[in-house]
Design a protein around this ligand. Structure first.
Ligand code: SF4
Ligand code: MG
Length: 323
């Protein structure tokens, strides 16, 4: 079964005053229909850039994107608009991402107008339906985003994302700004919407517990690269990459369900301007050897259903280590 969404070897380098920022450096992703792929890593790992590249809100420096078999990377004009209707995004800051001058009716209705799905009385009916599905209602139509709590505002953001009846929703730290008690409610809403509509999610977060709760597959990012990929529970219960182990060890209650505090790994993420050569993690890795400074580890299958980008991972390839 072909994936709904695929990204292959995505690269995004930005020019900045201090040099070239290597924000994303060869990321490949595959999201099956009705499934959730989680993307986890510290801030600065390039997760949000991947989110924007996936929807072509940003143009990649290189790499390919496909959606339901169509070449999303090459699409333009009417074809790109048709594809965009089928993929949406929910941002971290629900208040900041909603226009403060728009009523709820305008904010949730906007995609319906832009994509010419509904207008007039039919538009209002459709918006009420969407609001009711996320736990709000007709009484909220003429209110403004700032009149809602963070959790309610994020429900409005989700209603807006659902308006065009998309197949893929990118959630970029969608619950990170919310109180822990509210996070679970919003996560459960996202899960029930997935079950009911067969949605696919690219679910981005720094919180390992949140990502594990939501994801079928987890990809761990470090400095613009995926360093580990596999079944979500398996990756976080038995991490193989030294960076994943560092993240997991910083969350003592990972074994228990529910959202946790932000991870506090050892040392700082180096700058994506002029990143470390060889393995990008070697400046923080407790197992680094001489070869790690020279050789860039490829993401490779090391055990069943697990890809790891570490020279020392899995069945040891001694040539790679000694060269
Ligand atoms: Fe650590 Fe070397 Fe593996 Fe990189 S390649 S994670 S530095 S052991
Ligand atoms: Mg981010």
């Amino acid at each position: 079964d072909p994936a709904l969404f695929e990204a292959h070897d995505l690269v995004k380098h930005f020019r900045s005053r201090r040099g070239v920022v290597q924000a994303v450096n060869g990321v490949s992703l595959s999201i099956p229909r009705g499934r959730t792929v989680g993307l986890v890593g510290e801030s600065g790992s390039g997760k949000s850039t991947v989110a924007r590249l996936a929807l072509r809100l940003l143009e990649p420096t290189s790499g390919t994107l496909s959606f339901d078999g169509a070449d999303l990377g090459a699409a333009s004009g009417a074809e790109l608009r048709r594809l965009r209707r089928r993929m949406q995004i929910v941002f971290q800051d629900p208040h900041g991402s909603l226009n403060p001058r728009m009523t709820v009716l305008q904010a949730v209705g906007e995609p319906l107008v832009v994509h010419r799905i509904a207008r007039g009385a039919a538009l209002a009916d459709r918006v009420v339906e969407l609001l009711e599905r996320v736990g709000l209602g007709a009484r909220d139509l003429n209110r403004y985003a700032h009149q809602f709590s963070g959790g309610q505002a994020q429900r409005i953001g989700i209603a807006r994302a659902l308006a065009t009846d998309p197949e893929l929703i990118v959630c970029d730290e969608a619950v990170s700004a919310l109180d822990v008690s509210v996070q679970a409610q919003v996560l459960n809403l996202l899960r029930s919407l997935q079950a009911e509509r067969g949605l696919s999610y690219l679910f981005i977060a720094h919180d390992l517990n949140v990502v594990r709760y939501m994801s079928d597959e987890v990809c761990v990012m470090y400095l613009g690269e995926i360093v580990e990929r596999g079944d979500g529970d398996a990756v976080l219960r038995d991490p193989q990459h030294p960076y994943t182990r560092m993240l997991v060890s910083a969350v003592p209650d990972l074994a228990t369900a529910g959202p946790a505090d932000e991870v506090t790994p050892v040392g700082e993420v180096p700058s994506p301007i002029d990143p470390p050569p060889g393995c990008r993690f070697h400046t923080r890795c407790p197992h680094a050897e001489a070869a790690c400074r020279d050789e860039r580890p490829e993401l490779r299958r090391v055990v069943a259903d697990r890809d790891v980008a570490c020279l020392l991972a899995g069945p040891r390839t001694s040539e790679a280590v000694r060269s």
